[in-house]
Design a protein around this ligand. Structure first.
Ligand SMILES: *Cc1c(COP(=O)(O)O)cnc(C)c1O
Length: 455
């Protein structure tokens, strides 16, 4: 065991220490070589050292270097050193975090991490918290609580009776709702097309004056952090209108909630604490390894109502049983890395991480404007959108940037424009990473423009 784990540590250290120097997207030939890992199911056993060596030799080169400092695709984040180390130890523990009898340590750490997260986001103490795989499942979990609460008030037990014949619920979302919320609405039987989409403004924020009439059978989904602009819906106004009507307000804050951690950005979160439920990711801005999302529900009773399990053999006592707060039963102890991240960063380290990423996003925007390109958004957080001209030119620049390998950025459509999307979410990103990426992007864009004859 000792030789095997030392070998794993050595290989992992080699991987992390070489990441800054390697290309971000793997070469197509390295992806091709993954074939070696396949073939027919082996008939005979092989020794764990050779299994690990194979995984490293063929797997490592085919990874996307998203834990390095120059991956700006989606909203990703890397893994802080303390969280990677904690992940290994928790892997050795191999705890089943679904029940307290299965893992007192996982359950206690989950409670501590929940308290710390609620404190960071300014949520009411005692709200219900569920640890899940990501923001998609966090949205699912929180909206299942919303469905439970509104139907219970209407005299309907949705967990027992399902949705056939149930009182009808209305769902209101912004025009730029994240696709994960739509998927979740489909999973919950609320329907992804049976919704009212409220128009958004030039920054991607819901226009409160366009909200439809709401009542106590309405769920309103707000966004803290638009995936394109990084902007936030006007929560204060919408929460008070929704609550006057008896509606439920849910917040998709996969990355945006973390603005609360940085004093200079926390104004963006104004009013969001008035909501009834929230979803966020820890594998994005908190920089823990995959996978970790968290659902919060103001009234824990509604979350338990939606998620409660009981069976004679599931021994439960007075402790908080994680399986009653999330869809899964058996699962890994994913709060361990959250605890390690917050324990190692502290409040000030977390604030610095968020603020530094935002500052680096502004550095990107400044550099791109200086090179003559159009930054399409007001960079309030960690998201930058840039256009290099028409859709075809911008599309070619994005494809070339991805092929070049210095950095990695994705594409998007924004209010009729094709844009390259830059998201700065990794603890490892430095000013040098941004400058190196800016130089590569400008070199590529000049090349594309020269070849198309554009100016
Ligand atoms: C990433 C993201 C999600 C989905 O999160 P997963 O962790 O991929 O499930 C939902 N909403 C927003 C705003 C996001 O950025």
């Amino acid at each position: 065991m000792k030789a095997l784990l030392s070998d794993a540590a050595e290989r992992a250290e080699r991987y992390t220490s070489s990441i800054a120097g390697r290309r971000v997207a793997p070469l197509p030939e390295d992806v091709d070589r993954l074939r070696v890992l396949g073939g027919p199911l082996p008939e005979n056993s092989s020794n764990p050292n050779s299994v690990l060596a194979m995984l490293d030799d063929f797997g490592s080169p085919a990874t996307v270097a998203s834990t390095g400092g120059r991956y700006f695709g989606f909203v990703t984040g890397g893994a802080l050193p303390a969280t990677l180390a904690a992940n290994w130890l928790a892997g050795a523990w191999d705890q089943n975090a679904g029940l307290s009898i299965g893992s007192p340590v996982a359950v206690k750490i989950e409670e501590i991490a929940s308290e710390w997260l609620c404190n960071i986001f300014g949520m009411p103490a005692g709200c219900g918290v569920g640890f899940v795989t990501g923001a998609t499942m966090a949205n699912f979990t929180a909206l299942a609580a919303a469905r439970h609460a509104l139907l219970k008030r209407a005299g309907w037990n949705v967990e027992d009776s399902g949705l056939f014949g149930a009182p009808v619920l209305a769902v209101v979302v912004g025009a730029e709702v994240h696709v994960s919320v739509l998927k979740v609405l489909s999973l919950l039987g609320l329907g992804r097309a049976r919704i009212t989409r409220v128009p958004t403004d030039e920054k991607g924020r819901i226009k409160p004056e366009d909200l439809p009439a709401m009542d106590d059978r309405t769920i309103v989904c707000l966004q803290a952090g638009n995936v394109n602009t990084g902007n936030f819906d006007p929560a204060t106004e919408i929460c008070s209108a929704a609550h006057r009507a008896g509606a439920w307000v849910h917040v998709d804050g996969a990355f945006g909630l973390w603005a609360a951690a940085a004093p200079a950005r926390s104004y963006l979160m104004n009013g969001f604490c008035d909501a009834d439920s929230w979803a966020t990711d820890c594998h994005k801005w908190l920089n823990v390894p995959y996978d970790c999302g968290v659902a919060f529900v103001r009234d824990a009773e509604f979350l338990r109502g939606a998620m409660m399990v009981s069976a004679a053999y599931l021994q439960t006592g007075n402790t908080r049983e994680p399986a009653n707060y999330s869809p899964e039963a058996s699962r890994r102890a994913r709060a361990v890395e959250v605890w390690a991240a917050l324990r190692s960063l502290g409040r000030s380290g977390l604030a610095e991480l968020v603020e530094r990423n935002c500052r680096l996003a502004q550095r990107f925007a400044g550099g791109l404007r200086q090179s003559g390109y159009t930054v399409l958004n007001d960079v309030v957080l960690n998201q930058v959108m840039v256009s290099f001209g028409d859709a075809e030119t911008t599309g070619r620049v994005i494809a070339e940037v991805q092929r070049d390998g210095t950095c990695w950025c994705g594409g998007t459509q924004w209010h009729g424009n094709t844009a390259m999307r830059i998201s700065v979410s990794c603890w490892a990103t430095t000013e040098e990473d941004v400058d190196m990426s800016l130089a590569a992007i400008a070199r590529i864009a000049r090349g594309v423009q020269a070849s198309t004859g554009a100016t």
